[in-house]
Design a protein around this ligand. Structure first.
Ligand code: ADP
Length: 634
């Protein structure tokens, strides 16, 4: 409203000024006025050249005399009855000019213009007020105050990223007590860039810092700044910092900063990149503009640090960069503990065991897993969440929902069972492979079946033998199909792709081939989201050798798989047969089938085909599901 009052005041001032100018001008240029009697006198005694009538108002011009003492003059008078005068003027041969009286029209026009201008001033002022309100709301809307009823997030709610917490503790100390730092002349980083894959807890960490230090927290997403109109983002950035300075000490958090902070050299659309680069410039200027005495800490998060503009990382801006990666097994267990505290767990449930089955899961995925498990338990009418719920929830998250409605022919199910059994037997037979966890032929998501292995510990580096065994396991599915049916199915597509990827990386990136040597022929996309690797330029001859070596490695692994399965064909047959009926088998069940099969093969003395006399678990047989369908097919 102050804007409206100010603009109206300026407008009225301008009106008064314009009126005064007009008045001065008209006084200066006003013709002298004479009475009608004086005019009558002049008419009879002087030489009038012409008379201009505008209604009753007449401008009279006298001709100049021959002497310089009579230069001629003009004046105005009011004539009561102009028509009566006309004949007399004609007789005196005076030029008569009639002007239309437009003064009223002009006055009306001016009044209209004045009203229009006044309305324009009011409308523009009101829209500016509205815009300003919206912009200032833009910042205040995103403000989370420590005591406004939101659940305060603290470091207790964050787990699995101890290094990041340690690194950011001093920011908390600074925000809690800035003078302690300023006294000794220490300056705290103005900007902290949290970089890591999605869901690793970057936003959570920023909120925890605000919660721990008890300061206001402005939370934005990079895309909040980017609007269709060039300049809006920049003005929002300015408003935000103005607002933040008012509420200092505080934290300004910009999630997905790559939306505005992407490299300016890689802008695509002209206007879009204009807006983005203006917003980024405004951000850079604002970050340069405030000092450590302003007590504002700007935090930003990204999962694409590779595309950020290098100006953002310059000292004095985001000069502290903290990497946040998916947690290790202990971290996963701690995150599970935090989220499982909100649900009812069945007594004795070991979260470490669950953490072990989720390698590579981020904090967000673990939170989701806990929730899914709770939903599973609720759906099943259980009172508490048990291990099976977590297992089902994990499969659902990793592979999608069970495709119960999918109808497969008996033959296809048989092929699938052999395929998965092939993977499982190889996984069990190779020394460097991860332990077997589960084999299933229940279709989920895009996968028809799956053989799951679970590492006992998190792997950070992979050995040659581990990778080669991995390829051999992948080839196990195709080898089993070849052995059992002597024909191939499309089911091996995913395995072949994965095996080729591993073999290519082994040779082109990790220097694991004697002939090709330790030279990089491929580069990675460095973003956390991964991305396609690219082969570097190389000679045709080198490319041919690389292709040859990849092919040889894949062929060797396939032959190894074939050799193992040929040797254990009896087991393959048994396992596939049971899998068709049981649909899912775990490691323990596999071990029993293995032991049973081996004993059977050794003794080959089964008296009753329907009962496995040598089965170590003959009392309860292998699996309750198997027991229901067939007592034991071994
Ligand atoms: P990001 O910002 O990295 O994409 P978020 O911070 O938004 O991830 O995480 C989403 C959710 O996942 C959080 O609200 C929290 O419930 C859970 N989460 C993620 N990381 C962690 C963690 N380290 N500790 C506890 N919970 C976490």
């Amino acid at each position: 409203m102050a804007i409206l009052a100010r603009n109206l005041f300026v407008f009225f001032l301008f009106t008064i000024f314009a009126g005064a100018c007009y008045l001065t001008w008209s006084i200066e240029h006003r013709l002298p006025e004479r009475t009608y009697s004086e005019f009558r006198y002049c008419l009879s005694h002087h030489d009038i050249s012409d008379m201009t009538f505008t209604g009753n108002r007449v401008v009279i011009s006298h001709r100049a005399g021959e002497t310089s003492t009579n230069p001629g003059f003009t004046y105005v008078t009011m004539v009561p009855n102009p028509e009566e005068l006309i004949q007399e003027l004609k007789d005196k041969n005076i030029r008569i000019i009639f002007n239309k009286d437009q003064s009223e029209l002009i006055l009306q026009g001016l009044a209209l213009l004045y009203i229009v201008l006044l309305i324009l001033v009011i409308v523009l002022s009101l829209s500016k007020i509205k815009r300003d309100e919206k912009e200032s709301k833009f910042a205040t809307d995103k403000l989370i105050l420590p005591d406004d009823g939101h659940k305060v997030v603290t470091f207790k709610d964050v787990a699995g990223i101890p290094e990041a917490l340690e690194e950011l503790e001093e920011i908390v100390a600074f925000l809690k007590n800035p003078t302690q730092f300023s006294q000794v002349g220490a300056t705290i980083p103005k900007g902290v860039l949290l970089q890591g894959p999605p869901g690793t807890g970057k936003t959570l960490l920023a909120r925890a810092i605000a919660g721990e230090s008890g300061v206001p927290f402005y939370s934005f997403s990079g895309s909040d700044f980017v609007e269709m109109f060039v300049g809006v983002g920049a003005s929002r950035v300015r408003d935000l910092f103005k607002e933040a300075k008012r509420n200092a000490p505080c934290i300004v958090f910009i999630d997905e900063i790559d939306a505005v902070g992407g490299s300016r050299s890689s802008g695509s659309s002209a206007s879009g990149s204009d807006e983005r680069s203006q917003t980024l410039n405004a951000l850079l200027v604002e970050m340069d503009g405030f000092g450590s005495s302003d007590n504002i800490v700007v935090m930003a998060a990204t999962n694409r640090p590779d595309i950020l503009d290098s100006a953002l990382r310059r000292p004095g801006r985001f000069d502290r960069q903290v990497n946040i990666l998916p947690p290790d097994i202990i971290g996963r267990q701690k995150i599970l503990q935090i989220h499982a505290a909100k649900i009812k767990l069945s007594p004795g449930l070991d979260l470490h065991q669950i953490a072990q089955t989720c390698p590579g899961f981020t904090g967000a995925e673990l939170a989701n897993l806990v929730n899914e498990a709770a939903l599973m338990a609720a759906r099943g009418g259980k009172k508490a969440v048990d291990y099976t719920d977590f297992e089902l929830a994990r499969d659902r998250l990793l592979m999608g929902v069970e495709r119960k409605g999918m109808i497969m022919t008996e033959k296809d199910r048989n092929i699938l069972a052999y395929h998965e059994a092939g993977h499982a037997i190889i996984a069990k037979s190779l020394p460097d492979a991860d332990p077997l966890h589960k084999i299933t032929i229940i279709p989920r998501g895009r996968a028809l079946g799956q053989t799951q292995q679970l590492a006992l510990f998190d792997r950070h580096a992979y050995s040659y033998h581990y990778l080669k065994d991995r390829i051999t396991i992948l080839m196990g599915g195709r080898a089993a199909e070849d052995l059992a049916f002597d024909q191939r199915s499309t089911g091996a597509q995913g395995d072949i792709l994965q095996a080729t990827e591993i073999a290519t990386n082994m040779i082109c990136k990790w220097g694991m081939n004697e002939t090709i040597g330790a030279q990089a022929f491929m580069i990675d996309d460095s973003g956390f989201l991964g991305g396609a690797s690219q082969r570097l330029p190389m000679a045709d001859e080198t490319a041919r050798s690389i292709d040859h070596e990849i092919k040889t490695l894949l062929a060797t692994c396939y032959e190894d798989a074939m050799a193992i399965l040929s040797q254990k064909f009896y087991l393959l047959k048994n396992l596939a047969g049971i899998l068709v009926q049981a649909e899912t088998l775990d490691n323990e069940e596999f071990d029993i089938i293995l032991a049973c099969s081996e004993k059977k093969k050794a003794a080959d003395d089964i008296s009753d085909k329907n009962e496995c006399t040598t089965c170590p678990a003959s009392q309860s047989c292998i699996h309750s599901k198997i027991k229901k369908t067939t007592p034991c097919i071994l």
